[in-house]
Design a protein around this ligand. Structure first.
Ligand code: HEC
Ligand code: HEC
Length: 406
């Protein structure tokens, strides 16, 4: 299931006066050229939408400088959209937060920036002993994507084994397989057996006195090709080699996946999309024969202690932003926390800090699309709609969420 979106048009839901409080009116806040099939507004709602759209156009005309004059609707993140083309565009709070959530965003911002160091220390102790990076912001550079480099990338690993031994390992998953420092969060029985001594994620760095779990070497392979019109291109892809710290190559049958840090803006909206809407898009056996078979990922929700829809990470491996953040503290930084304490139950950070980091990523603004009247951008949009939108769905709708503005 692809959650990366061409544009998310957020439809906020409000109580509809005169109806039961549970019946919600959907108010469309962005001007949509392609009407959504489930959106059948009465004329009053349409007018509301138009008024909002016209007000939006007027406002953006009034507020924008000449250099930004191409910036207009559609709003990529509904009411969380901002007009910002600076290098800080991904680091803004959503403009529609109330005071409570603005404060939480500010506190979370500091948690996201905090660089951890080896304990004991006065400020942010608890790094490691094994880790990949020292702060959230050090990997998610300016809240955008990071680099495929040590200190930022995360290499995930799994042990390929025969079917029978997969079952044996899966049955004891997380308990008897020694992984340091981590117990992992896949659904029990999932077909991703951890690698003995490493787990499912390679910690490439260790604090003083600790060897990293493995050494990752990257070489780049260039491949030349030609487009249909004869223009040539060159694509490069990373080739990874993993070895133990003493130089021995990792055993046969270890499969790995090199992950760069994703951008983190807009993920709060994705968290607010009801599960049912995502499941509706599933097409596991390609029933509509468009060549694409979307399959929802089921993962383990450690707060609810139940299986849940995976939403975050490249392979949708985590169900919530709280769990994504807790797992980042634990697996990426070696910082134990209420969701992932150490074996003795100790925690390097308390619930307040963990929740602040999660609240921060929940409440980041989405920059508006730009250069909408550039012919090349328009051609790209048409190509995207024809070739990519089958997976990168153009529109999703938010439902109930703990952040009331969503
Ligand atoms: C060592 C680098 C690193 C650190 C440190 C790190 N992250 Fe990440 N983050 C990643 C990578 C890599 C991914 C993609 C993970 C995957 O696919 O398995 C990711 C994914 C995410 C996502 C999911 C984004 C999406 O679009 O689904 C969120 C949210 C996130 N991180 C938040 C955080 C927070 C909060 C912290 C700090 C508590 C943090 N990260 C620390 C590297 C890092
Ligand atoms: C068959 C489904 C499918 C189609 C069709 C598809 N994509 Fe993707 N795309 C994905 C998936 C899945 C990912 C996430 C990749 C991963 O998890 O490793 C992705 C990731 C991406 C990313 C990275 C997003 C990020 O946050 O960094 C970009 C950019 C992208 N696709 C662009 C395109 C474009 C442009 C097209 C059309 C030419 C396209 N995709 C067509 C499934 C698809």
């Amino acid at each position: 299931m692809v959650r990366q979106l061409a544009r998310i048009r957020q439809l906020t839901r409000r109580n509809h006066r005169g109806r039961s409080p549970h019946r919600k009116m959907i108010q469309q806040l962005t001007l949509s050229l392609i009407p959504h099939p489930s959106f059948s507004p009465s004329s009053r709602h349409l007018i509301l939408g138009l008024v909002a759209a016209i007000a939006g156009i007027l406002l953006s005309t009034l507020l924008s400088s000449p250099a930004q004059s191409q910036i207009s609707l559609p709003l990529a993140g509904g009411e969380t959209t901002i007009q910002n083309r600076t290098s800080r565009a991904y680091e803004q709070p959503a403009p529609n937060l109330d005071e409570y959530w603005s404060d939480r965003h500010a506190v979370g911002d500091r948690a996201f920036e905090a660089a951890f160091v080896t304990a004991p220390a006065n400020v942010n102790p608890g790094l490691g002993p094994l880790f990949n990076g020292t702060s959230c912001a050090g990997c998610h550079i300016k809240n955008g994507r990071g680099m495929p480099e040590k200190g930022q990338r995360v290499v995930r690993v799994s042990q390929l084994v025969s079917e029978t031994s997969t079952e044996a390992i899966a049955a004891t998953h997380g308990s008897s397989v020694p992984t340091s420092p981590a117990l992992e969060t896949e659904v029990p029985g999932a077909n991703t057996p951890p690698v003995a001594g490493i787990g499912l994620q390679v910690q490439e760095q260790g604090v003083y006195g600790y060897a990293p779990e493995a050494v990752v070497q990257v070489t780049w392979q260039e491949r030349q090709g030609t487009y249909g019109d004869g223009t040539s291109y060159s694509l490069r892809s990373p080739q990874l080699q993993l070895s133990l710290p003493d130089g021995t190559p990792l055993s046969e049958g270890v499969v790995f996946s090199n992950r760069i840090p994703q951008s983190v803006f807009g993920v709060g909206l994705l968290e607010a999309v009801p599960e049912s809407e995502i499941l509706q898009l599933a097409d596991p056996e390609d029933g509509d024969r468009n060549g694409v078979s979307g399959r929802p990922n089921r993962v383990w929700d450690i707060v609810q202690q139940t299986e849940a829809l995976g939403r975050f990470g490249w392979k949708a491996n985590t169900p919530t932003l709280l769990q994504q953040s807790a797992s980042a503290y634990f697996n990426d930084m070696g910082v134990t926390n209420p969701l992932f304490p150490d074996a003795d139950g100790n925690e390097d950070i308390n619930r307040e800090i963990l929740e602040a980091a999660a609240a921060y990523v929940q409440t980041i603004a989405v920059p508006a699309r730009t250069l909408l009247d550039d012919p090349q951008v328009q051609q790209g949009e048409r190509l995207f709609a024809a070739n990519c939108a089958v997976c990168h769905v153009a529109e999703l709708h938010t439902g109930e969420h703990e952040v009331p503005a969503w």
